[in-house]
Design a protein around this ligand. Structure first.
Ligand SMILES: NC(=O)c1ccc[n+]([C@@H]2O[C@H](COP(=O)([O-])OP(=O)(O)OC[C@H]3O[C@@H](n4cnc5c(N)ncnc54)[C@H](O)[C@@H]3O)[C@@H](O)[C@H]2O)c1
Length: 309
């Protein structure tokens, strides 16, 4: 029997834990639960004798890997894995995985929730606008991008996407017009929704150059990561352009400046909540548990995201 630690500062929905426990126990393993921990020390103590670990946005860095001598696998229950130190995992022969696609619909629904809320002036009872017929640019066409296209088609939006790693035909089959350059995406679309991962190429990549290209009534929607935005350039553009709005799942670093200068032109969720639905919790948590059981039983490394040593 192996010890599988579920370490989440932001807990899973209780029903997700019941199902994760079932998968792990059916696989012959023991679940150890650490929720809402307050200090890194608590996390380090808990991982000291764990064979495997499931996390959400929790930081898995070299210090943590260093105090977990039995750890064989860590699974981020979610899509983005920028909270895992992949090199440290590789150095210590720990397999790192994510659970792609399990929370994409939840994220896409939040993006549309924010867009509708903003288009109707925060439901203030005054005249607003509709999404029908408006142009939507998907900056990346991965799992969330695909869900965005499905919902946008129902709203009769014109959908464009830029993703150099996805075949144009795949986008066309989803009712999406592929564009060849990122500049074209921003030039053509009133709404641009970000679905790029945060990595060395994308961090700080959305700034004045791209945002200035957007047409009148521009709305930037960010359910990706705040790090992909060049925040000081976004502030500059929003000062220059009184028509531009920014909607984001998680507050930017200078939230108070937005409140001071851009009333009615921004919305931020109080806490990152794109993947915070009961359904997404269950999907991602159970997928993580299944991946661990399968890896420990057969060495199955599907969804591995770090290099082997
Ligand atoms: N708000 C939330 O709670 C929440 C939840 C899930 C995911 N996310 C974020 O959203 C991101 C996207 O999620 P996903 O599930 O669609 O991931 P995914 O891995 O399925 O898709 C990412 C897509 O980005 C494309 N891409 C990579 N670099 C690019 C670039 N420079 N230009 C254009 N396209 C590029 C890839 O080809 C891929 O198609 C995640 O990396 C994560 O940061 C946030």
């Amino acid at each position: 029997m192996m010890k599988i630690l579920v370490a989440t500062e932001k807990p899973f929905a209780p029903v997700a834990i019941t199902l994760i426990r079932e998968v792990l126990e059916n696989g012959g393993h023991e679940l150890v639960l650490l929720e809402k921990y307050k200090t890194t020390q608590e996390l380090h103590d808990a991982v000291a004798d764990a064979d495997a670990m499931i996390v959400r946005s929790d930081i898995v860095d070299a210090a943590l890997i260093g105090v977990a001598p039995k750890l064989k696998i860590v699974v981020r229950a979610g899509a983005g894995y920028d909270n895992l130190d992949l090199n440290a995992c590789t150095d210590h022969n720990v397999v790192a995985m994510n659970t792609p696609g399990q929370n994409s619909n939840a994220v896409a629904e939040l993006a549309f929730g924010m867009m509708l809320f903003s288009a109707r002036g925060g439901f203030d009872g005054k005249t607003g606008s509709e999404l029908m017929g408006k142009s939507l640019g998907l900056h990346a066409f991965g799992n969330v991008g695909k869900c965005m296209a499905r919902i946008a088609a129902g709203l009769d939006m014109q959908i464009f996407a830029f993703d150099p790693f996805v075949e144009n035909n795949f986008m066309r089959d989803a009712g999406v017009i592929p564009v060849e350059t990122v500049e074209e995406l921003y030039s053509r679309c009133q709404y641009v929704s970000l679905h790029i991962p945060a990595n060395d190429k994308t961090r700080n990549s959305v700034g004045e150059k791209l945002l200035s290209l957007m047409p009148q009534g521009a709305v930037l929607v960010n359910t990706a990561r705040k790090e992909v935005i060049n925040e000081s350039e976004l502030l500059t553009v929003m000062v220059k352009r009184s028509d531009m709005k920014y909607l984001s799942d998680v507050s930017p670093d200078n939230a108070e400046l937005f409140a001071e200068k851009f009333a009615g032109r921004y919305f931020f969720t109080p806490k990152k909540m794109g993947a915070q639905t009961e359904e997404a919790n269950i999907n991602a948590g159970v997928a993580a548990a299944r991946q661990i059981v399968s890896f420990l039983a057969t060495g199955d490394e599907t969804y591995r995201v770090n290099k082997p040593k």
